[in-house]
Design a protein around this ligand. Structure first.
Ligand code: HEM
Length: 511
């Protein structure tokens, strides 16, 4: 009898403990999982993969129409949230800036950053802070930017000469390679003290090879890597992407090591406009950096400084050719401010408000990095009553934010007038327009990029009239988008007719 009672009591308490445990687990599950932001269904292993398509920013925008401006996705083992309006962008980039200031550790990132020794891919921490501080206080200061002004002026003149050569006898001009040349040479002068085309000797050969190797990164970087999504598959490298990244990394390391050796021996490139190049600054810093970190900074500068600006300018010119009335108005502004008897100069830029409005409108409609660079939170965070568990990847759909019909009137129209007399800027204080991001991870190349894009576009339309290819009406020009690496480019490269519109002597003797 006694032992039966004991069994009953024991059984009863076991049941109570079981029920309480279940309830607690359920409560935990509800708070942790059920309070995720809404999102498409998750299937075992693949998660929400089937709901995504190319280009990714367009399919994320479609999903956000259904699930809202903060949306949860699971891909393999990764938690992701997607932000699609200005209010939520402000939550992440301003109110929770420090919580979301890290980056996911991807296979590509590991190799391109020389084991997290760079700024773009490095997780938030001391090394990132040190390198970013060197970048902003020693490299891209206002004074140093100014010191490269004559080099930029010469590069822009080379671009004009290049377009004149390509457009001779009415030939069509493919614009992007000319822009890539402009921005590569500009970055080259800053990093190594001389334009690429004038490189010679052992040092020059290695610098050219370094640029060639860097240009190979975009291909594999454009492919989603299954090893990032399902980490237990990483050792198998099923797509061979890690092998490619390792190969490119070895090439880059080999070129840069030889370049560093030459500079340490006292050999260097000297330009017609002598300035202190970044490589000299980096090799002689008081806070001695490991070679890997110098490689990381140089890699970031080259990787982020060329195609971003070239694609932005290609999009802007494409939109102007599609809208001849806007092109005409911009050229009228240039004719008043600059006139037709001298080249456009950087000092003219503050006097060109319409040109600046065009560039803002271009950033709104065609942000260069439509989904920016992914962020990551290092600890559990709460946003808008949702729990965001630690290590969630944050995708900022800058493209969708710029086209949000609740924020922008006629969002699909290219209409620079919306920015005339407006104080909306691209500096990261207006969360509806974020081409350079905002907060701690904001683009540190913003001033350089703005300067070069404005100067390049102003020159290209001051010096030339542009028309679509014969038999193509402006409105029929293709504005479909493609993503290469993180960067948006037109699916069909811009090919157009260019006619020099200035007296022939204007650029004579300029180079
Ligand atoms: C039109 C040109 C450019 C655009 C639209 C652009 C845009 C961006 C964006 C959206 C980010 C990510 C921001 C975030 O994570 O929230 C970024 C990061 C970055 N950009 Fe740019 N960028 C441009 C040009 C440049 C140039 C010229 C350089 C340097 C030469 C540069 C260097 C960087 C670096 C180092 C980062 C990483 C910052 C960090 O993670 O702390 N960018 N850029």
């Amino acid at each position: 009898m006694f032992s039966l009672d004991m069994e009953f009591v024991f059984g009863f308490w076991l049941l109570v403990v079981g029920v309480v445990t279940l309830l607690l687990y359920f409560a935990w599950f509800v708070s942790k999982v059920m309070s995720h932001p809404p999102g498409p269904p998750n299937w075992p292993i693949v998660g929400s993969l089937f709901y995504l398509s190319h280009p990714i920013h367009c399919s994320l925008e479609e999903l956000a129409k259904k699930y809202g401006p903060i949306m949860y996705l699971r891909l393999g083992c990764l938690n992701q949230i997607v932000i699609s309006n200005a209010e939520m962008a402000m939550e992440v980039l301003k109110n929770h800036d420090v919580d979301f200031a890290s980056r996911p550790l991807s296979v590509a990132g590991k190799h391109i950053s020389f084991d997290w020794n760079d700024i773009i891919f490095a997780p938030y921490g001391d090394q990132w802070r040190l390198l970013r501080k060197i970048w902003t206080t020693k490299l891209l200061t206002k004074a140093r930017l100014k010191s490269f002004e004559l080099g930029r002026r010469e590069e822009v003149a080379y671009m004009v000469e290049n377009i004149i050569t390509h457009s001779q006898e009415g030939k069509l001009v493919e614009v992007k390679p000319i822009l890539v040349q402009l921005f590569t040479n500009n970055i080259c002068r800053m990093l190594f003290g001389k334009r690429c085309e004038k490189f010679d000797g052992f040092l020059g050969k290695n610098i050219v090879e370094f640029f060639n190797s860097i240009s190979k990164v975009a291909g594999p970087l454009s492919k989603p890597n299954i090893s990032d999504v399902i980490p237990i598959l990483k050792p198998f490298d099923l797509q061979g992407l890690e092998r490619q990244f390792k190969f490119i990394r070895n090439e880059i390391e080999s070129c840069l090591s030889k370049i560093f050796m030459e500079y340490r021996k006292g050999n260097k490139m000297v330009d017609d406009f002598p300035t202190t190049s970044f490589i000299e600054i980096l090799l002689n810093l008081d806070e001695k950096l490991e070679d890997k970190a110098i490689m990381g900074i140089i890699g970031d500068f080259t990787g982020a400084g060329v195609d971003t600006s070239a694609s932005t300018l290609e999009w802007a010119l494409l939109e102007l050719i599609r809208h001849p009335d806007i092109m005409k108005k911009a050229q009228e502004e240039l004719d008043i401010v600059v006139g037709r008897n001298r080249p456009m100069l950087e000092s003219d830029l503050p006097n060109l408000p319409y040109l600046q409005a065009i560039i803002k409108e271009n950033f709104r409609l065609h942000p260069t990095s439509p989904v920016a660079v992914p962020h990551l939170n290092n600890k559990d965070t709460r946003i808008s009553n949702y729990n965001i568990p630690a290590n969630t990847i944050v995708i900022l759909n800058v493209w969708a934010i710029g086209r949000d019909p609740k924020a922008w009137n006629k969002p699909l129209e290219f209409d620079p007038d919306r920015f005339v007399d407006s104080n909306i800027s691209v500096q990261g204080t207006n969360y509806g327009l974020l081409p350079f991001g905002s907060g701690r991870r904001q683009c540190p190349g913003l001033d350089l990029a703005q300067l070069m894009v404005q100067y390049g576009l102003a020159t290209i339309i001051h010096a030339f009239d542009w028309l679509p290819q014969p038999n193509v009406k402006p409105k029929d020009m293709n504005v479909m988008e493609n993503i290469v690496g993180f960067i948006s480019t037109p699916t069909e490269p811009l090919v157009a007719v260019a006619r020099f519109r200035l007296p022939s002597q204007v650029y004579k003797g300029f180079i």
